[in-house]
Design a protein around this ligand. Structure first.
Ligand code: F6P
Length: 545
């Protein structure tokens, strides 16, 4: 069964939200706190060691009520059921969307085309366990009998970003294996990676759902050639593993069956780190930690599936984002993790969120008349404070931001952690409260400057405040909490797609550029250049000259 196709602008709640926005758009967060001593508590959610304080958002109880009404009107409850039941909700590709099955319990019964997929999921998990344990323990060796020291993941998009982000995020839990990621078709990436590697002790994992992606196949071929300069064809079997739905193509590449890890077309690339695409994660941190990551996600799935809408973290965060996107006209959202380990988190979510919800045609095939996918960006705090926070504090744009932090530090250095977290809390407080003219005047009056100098400087030092933030405070960065955090954002994506009446799980928008690149590659390699627009023609001639 497909998802309901409700234009959100026809919902009663949508129109009520429009009116409500006009009433409260100039309300100051400071005043909302002053008039309700329970506000912080009222707008806080807790589950699985997540403390989510969304009280510093430009909302009232009425806003929340209307947003929840909107979710009900567009049929979110029914949509969630279809998502978890494996219905064909990715209609334009005719597929179910079941990354949740990859982290479901062994005994669960999740059907695709009438067949329970769980036995297959667990067979592949068992294969991942056996393979990764043999590599980590040194039981499986390279072609000269040495244990592996390095692993290179060759993939791009979802076949790179998820494993790379998680491997970095869980570095604390890592073992002796050094992880490398090659994604860009830019030869500099692959050659720079190979520079320090020893073919005798390096394992290559080729990850591509389709096994047709230009970047991945080019990099894998270059790496194989490099490897064969040192070893012989039969040694490829020992040093190459592959993850794909396209097992025939893998065979052509010469990878042994025992090193081939299947996946399924009901797993979207950007949601695939829970499948064998996460092989590099399991190699980096061990199978037990990989499994904990999955179990953390499973707990968030259960929360999302069963918690009431008003208590439901992914639903509330998704609706807040709809509020800013569609009623305040906010174009971007920042995601600021206060953890260096999460340095790739925003980049990872850029694919998850923007490839999913960057759509302008609704589920009826009509051009939408409202805004959809938000632009996602961010870098870890505190570095980002010294880079782009100026614009968030004093620029002209409204940028709702998620602040993600952890109560406990992994290395246990209280001095560092307290400083980090002091900044974490200070920023959301500063963004909300700002600094008034009077406060600035009070500060400047103590300084040795004339009255006119003071008045001239004053406007530049004022902070308007009233900038919305959501604080996600998690007990500790563990495989489990990371799994839950990623799943939280995955479900947020889903809810937004349901509200916006778009298909979140296809990505036709990446096709055109790929098609043209194929034509242009021929133009570059052949003497003739096909017909292009005048600018492209000029550029190609200049490039070839
Ligand atoms: O960028 C488009 C895309 O299809 C992504 O959705 C996907 O994650 C990536 O390319 C890589 O695809 P594959 O895993 O098939 O190589």
């Amino acid at each position: 069964m497909s998802l309901k196709k409700t234009n959100p602008t026809s919902a009663k709640a949508w129109n009520a939200l429009g009116d409500h926005h006009k009433e409260i758009e100039n309300t100051q967060l400071k005043d909302l706190f002053a008039s309700d001593k329970d506000r912080a508590k009222k707008f806080t959610l807790q589950s699985q060691g997540f403390f989510v304080d969304y009280s510093k958002n430009n909302i009232t109880s009425e806003t929340k009520g209307l947003l929840l009404d909107l979710a009900k009107e567009v049929g979110l409850k029914d949509a969630i059921k279809k998502y978890f039941d494996g219905d064909i909700i990715n209609e334009t590709e005719g597929r179910a969307v079941l990354h949740t099955a990859l982290r479901a319990k062994k005994g669960d019964d999740i059907k695709v085309d009438g067949e329970n997929v769980m036995p297959e999921v667990y067979t592949v998990k068992a294969k991942i366990k056996t393979f990764t344990e043999a590599i980590i323990s040194g039981h499986k060796k390279g072609y000269t009998g040495k244990a592996f020291t390095d692993v290179v993941n060759i993939g791009i998009g979802g076949s790179d970003l998820g494993p790379a982000m998680v491997t970095e995020a869980l570095k604390f839990y890592g073992n002796h294996l050094k992880m490398h990621f090659v994604s860009n078709v830019d030869g500099d990436h692959v050659y720079e990676t190979l520079k320090g590697l020893d073919p005798e002790t390096t394992l290559f994992v080729v990850v591509s759902k389709t096994f047709t992606t230009q970047e991945t196949l080019s990099n894998a071929t270059t790496i194989k050639k490099w490897f064969l300069k040192h070893a012989s064809q039969k040694d490829v079997a020992k040093h190459f593993a592959a993850v794909s739905t396209n097992t025939a193509k893998i065979e052509e590449f010469g990878i042994l069956d025992e090193n081939v890890f299947p996946m399924w077309d009901w797993v979207g690339g950007r949601f695939s780190l829970w499948s064998a695409v996460g092989l590099s994660i399991a190699l980096a941190v061990g199978y037990e930690n990989f499994d904990s990551l999955l179990m953390g996600a499973n707990e968030m799935d259960e929360h999302f599936r069963t918690a009431d809408f008003e208590e439901n973290i992914p639903i509330v965060l998704a609706l807040l984002s709809v509020w800013y996107n569609n009623f305040y006209g906010a174009e971007t959202e920042a995601i600021i993790p206060y953890s260096q380990y999460l340095s790739r988190f925003s980049a990872y979510l850029q694919q998850g969120i923007m490839e999913s919800n960057g759509k302008s045609v609704d589920r009826n095939g009509e051009r939408v008349s409202y805004e959809t996918g938000t632009i996602i960006w961010g870098e870890p705090g505190t570095n980002s404070q010294h880079a782009f926070f100026q614009l968030i504090h004093q620029g002209t744009k409204l940028i709702p931001a998620d602040f993600i932090g952890f109560k406990d530090s992994l290395h246990g250095d209280t001095d560092h952690h307290n400083k980090l977290m002091a900044n974490f809390f200070a920023q959301t407080e500063a963004l909300m409260n700002g600094k008034t003219k009077e406060e600035v005047r009070g500060e400047l009056e103590g300084k040795s400057m004339s009255k006119s100098e003071l008045e001239a400087l004053l406007p530049f030092k004022v902070f308007e405040g009233n900038k919305p933030t959501t604080t996600i405070l998690i007990d500790k960065l563990t495989p489990k909490s990371l799994g839950a955090l990623i799943a939280l954002y995955e479900h947020k994506i889903f809810v937004q797609g349901v509200v916006w009446n778009i298909y979140s799980y296809d990505q036709w928008g990446v096709e055109l550029g790929k098609q043209l690149a194929t034509t242009i590659l021929k133009d570059i390699e052949n003497s003739e250049i096909a017909n292009h627009d005048a600018s492209t023609m000029q550029l190609l001639h200049y490039f070839k000259s």
